[in-house]
Design a protein around this ligand. Structure first.
Ligand SMILES: [Zn+2]
Length: 123
């Protein structure tokens, strides 16, 4: 099994209810995002897939989040914009966009601070 990792960052604001008092106030994070794609077979060039494809698609997905107030986004109209839901959204959007045989988005981590991170693991 091979795994590639691509990282990026975005800035956004959110507020979360029912979590903790500090989270209920409007605040922002500079999220650090790690995306993993996984597969068993390498192509003729000896790579799992072109990093450039992952980076391009990730940039477009991140563009839907960057510098927004997440609570007002349609993306999170049915689910609070927690780091957990952000990671899941990025994973599912990327999976939909990346169409390479035998390669899937296996996991996405969303770091909301230097020492706090939520990971979505695809099944
Ligand atoms: Zn927060």
């Amino acid at each position: 099994m091979f795994e590639l990792k691509v990282t990026t960052r975005f800035a956004a604001a959110h507020r979360l209810t029912m979590v903790g008092e500090q989270c209920e106030n409007l605040h922002g994070h500079n999220w650090h995002v790690e995306v993993y794609v996984q597969g068993e077979k390498l192509d003729k060039g000896g790579v799992l897939m072109d990093f450039g494809i992952v980076k391009k698609e990730l940039k477009e997905v991140i563009g839907t989040l960057d510098h927004t107030y997440l609570n007002e986004s349609d993306i999170f109209k049915d689910a609070p914009p927690s780091s957990e839901h952000i990671a899941m959204y990025i994973a599912k959007e990327l999976e939909r966009r990346i169409d390479v045989d035998g390669v899937k988005v296996s996991r996405v981590s969303a770091w909301e601070s230097e020492n706090s991170c939520a990971t979505y693991i695809a099944d």
